[in-house]
Design a protein around this ligand. Structure first.
Ligand SMILES: Cc1cc2nc3c(=O)[nH]c(=O)nc-3n(C[C@H](O)[C@H](O)[C@H](O)COP(=O)(O)O)c2cc1C
Length: 323
């Protein structure tokens, strides 16, 4: 397990990590993924300005970035490029997590317009300052999550080399550019190029749907770890399947009924986290029931629900019908 006061990376028990996802990778879902075999879980991106402002108002970190020790090893992802605020935010957050991750991949305009997220890929001098500040301020390893570039896949190697020089411990590449958004297919050749360009651990990310995909990304790119986002929200059991497949070459299928059981467990866990609201749970229910037999009609009904009781009634009805 992780060493809470060390600047070296924790030992990961799986090669498959659960991706940070705003509004989705909440502490309850992260815990489910962890229990089902994810090697690392990461909080959604949090603004450095929100951290320092709330701290100034007297709030404790756990009140606005919820997490539990059962998730460990866990990582907290930050965004924002003001150097002084960044230093303060890192110092506040680092004692609570095993890794501090920095977001240079978010394509959302409300993030990139603040010179944050993927927009930073065109600012090598500022990114060097950011990495240097974070590494100096943190008593934990600092990692980085990037895209391949802004308009073209031309910035990730340069950014990674700067990161390595400044002491960043690990880099995740979502193998698309900002401009590509989520369209087309992630180009895994970019992960291979990155792995060949630097010596620190590389996490490959983009479009893994199955255990076979995870194995293929590891084989084709030479990356050290893989990160899974959207597919794990539909089926967190994917982590168990990937671990099994990488070890034995086969994996157990999961039934729709089992998937719903994981969702019920997720709902139980949400009760420990006041920041998870009904709308978040409803959104997760929509994703979880994707691909489940009868799921299409159910999702239309889920969309109309007004509270958790109504939602659970519909899901229990579905559960009873499944074999
Ligand atoms: C709804 C949503 C929210 C996301 N939020 C974040 C985020 O907060 N931080 C981040 O680094 N990436 C974020 N991402 C990107 C994912 O971490 C991941 O890089 C991307 O989904 C590609 O992986 P996948 O094909 O396995 O989903 C988000 C993606 C989605 C779909």
């Amino acid at each position: 397990m992780s060493n809470i006061d060390s600047k070296s990376l924790p030992i990961f028990t799986s090669k498959a990590f659960f991706a940070p996802m705003a509004g989705v990778s909440d502490p309850a879902l992260r815990l489910i993924c962890k229990e089902l075999g994810a090697g690392l879980v990461i909080t959604e991106l949090t603004s450095i300005y929100a951290i320092t402002a709330r701290k100034n108002l007297g709030h404790e970190i756990r009140e606005f970035i919820e997490f539990s020790d059962q998730e460990r090893p866990h990582s907290c992802q930050l965004f924002g490029s003001d150097i002084e605020e960044l230093e303060k935010a890192v110092k506040l957050v680092a004692p609570h997590f095993d890794i501090i991750d920095y977001n240079m991949g978010c394509p959302a305009p409300h993030i990139t317009c603040q010179m944050a997220g993927a927009a930073l890929l065109q600012e090598p001098e500022l990114t060097r300052k950011i990495f240097r500040t974070m590494v100096k301020a943190s008593n934990k390893p600092v990692s980085l999550k990037i895209r391949a570039g802004v308009n073209h896949p031309d910035r990730f190697i340069e950014t990674a080399k700067i990161a390595q020089e400044e002491g960043i411990a690990m880099i995740t590449l979502h193998a698309r550019t900002l401009k590509e958004g989520y369209s087309g297919k992630a180009d895994w050749q970019r992960i291979k190029q990155l792995k060949e360009a630097v010596s620190i651990p590389i996490v490959g990310n983009g479009d893994i749907q199955t255990p076979e995909d995870a194995q293929r990304m590891l084989n084709e790119t030479g990356c050290d770890y893989v990160m899974i986002g959207r597919a794990a929200c539909k089926n967190p059991f994917l982590f168990t399947q990937i671990n099994q497949y990488l070890k034995t070459g086969h994996y157990d299928p999961i039934t729709d009924k089992q998937r719903l059981e994981y969702f019920f467990k997720y709902v139980e866990y949400t009760k420990n986290y006041p920041t998870i609201k009904f709308v978040n749970i409803r959104l997760q229910a929509m994703t979880f029931t994707r691909g489940v037999i009868g799921g299409k009609d159910i999702r239309a009904r889920i969309g109309q629900t007004k509270d958790l009781e109504e939602l659970m009634k519909i899901l229990h009805e579905l559960y009873q019908k499944l074999t």
